[in-house]
Design a protein. Structure first.
Length: 238
């Protein structure tokens, strides 16, 4: 099977109701459940996976990502291409989605490319107990928002985004952020690219830290893209 076209993916991942908040998770995993190869997720994906990610970013108000993932995956300035900008503007959206980075300890270098190459001013979502000098340094390059005292609280974090008009959240990881959102009961969708690889080793799963429990999901689509499979599930309980 060939890779679906961008217009087909825009239809497949369309958000029918943008008035309420929505948290969409986007991950790639191997056939045996590995979330990384050599410590990064990039080795699991292909052109179809990357196109699907770009489409989901096109549809999002904000891309949410943990600080560890920013460092491990080498995030630069998050942006969508000119075709996506045209689509967003035609549908009443800002030209580019915002980027929001979750970091309890603020172990982020203000000179990191994620800030230096940003096309819109990023948000940093943290806790009031984070080191004050780091808050001050990051405030030079991002909007720093406190979303809890001893830890970053998922519901307060999403409330802060909604208050800024950023209702459609695309979370790109990592697994511990997924676990926190899952534990808080705020995950609406999982979009999973199933990579045609067997990895072995000690790679983790797409969720880390959430308590065990069966959380039912309903299949929205399963799109073959070569040997990779693009899966979209919605939460039954949300």
């Amino acid at each position: 099977m060939s890779t679906p076209a961008r217009r087909d993916l825009l239809d497949a991942y369309a958000i029918e109701d943008r008035t309420g908040p929505r948290v969409r998770m986007n991950f790639v995993a191997s056939l045996d459940g590995a979330v990384t190869v050599d410590g990064r997720s990039g080795g699991l994906g292909d052109a179809a996976d990357r196109l699907a990610m770009q489409v989901m970013r096109t549809l999002a108000d904000v891309v949410l990502v943990g600080a560890g993932t920013v460092r491990a995956e080498g995030y630069g300035g998050v942006r969508v291409d000119d075709d996506a900008v045209a689509w967003r503007e035609a549908h009443g959206l800002a030209p580019q989605p915002r980027l929001a980075i979750v970091s309890g300890g603020l172990g982020l270098d203000p000179r990191h490319p994620v800030f230096a190459k940003a096309v819109t001013r990023p948000l940093v979502l943290t806790r009031s107990g984070a080191p004050g000098e780091r808050m001050a340094a990051l405030a030079e390059v991002a909007d720093v928002v406190e979303c809890g005292g001893d830890e970053v609280e998922s519901e307060r974090m999403l409330g802060a985004l909604t208050a800024r008009g950023l209702r459609q959240v695309l979370c790109e990881g990592g697994p511990h952020l997924f676990g926190a959102l899952l534990a808080a009961g705020v995950v609406d969708e999982l979009c999973l690219s199933l990579s045609p690889l067997l990895v072995g080793g000690r790679a983790g799963r797409i969720v880390a830290g959430a308590p065990e429990g069966a959380r039912p999901m309903a299949l929205v689509h399963a799109l073959p893209a070569g040997d990779l499979l693009l899966l979209r599930y919605r939460s039954v309980s949300r």
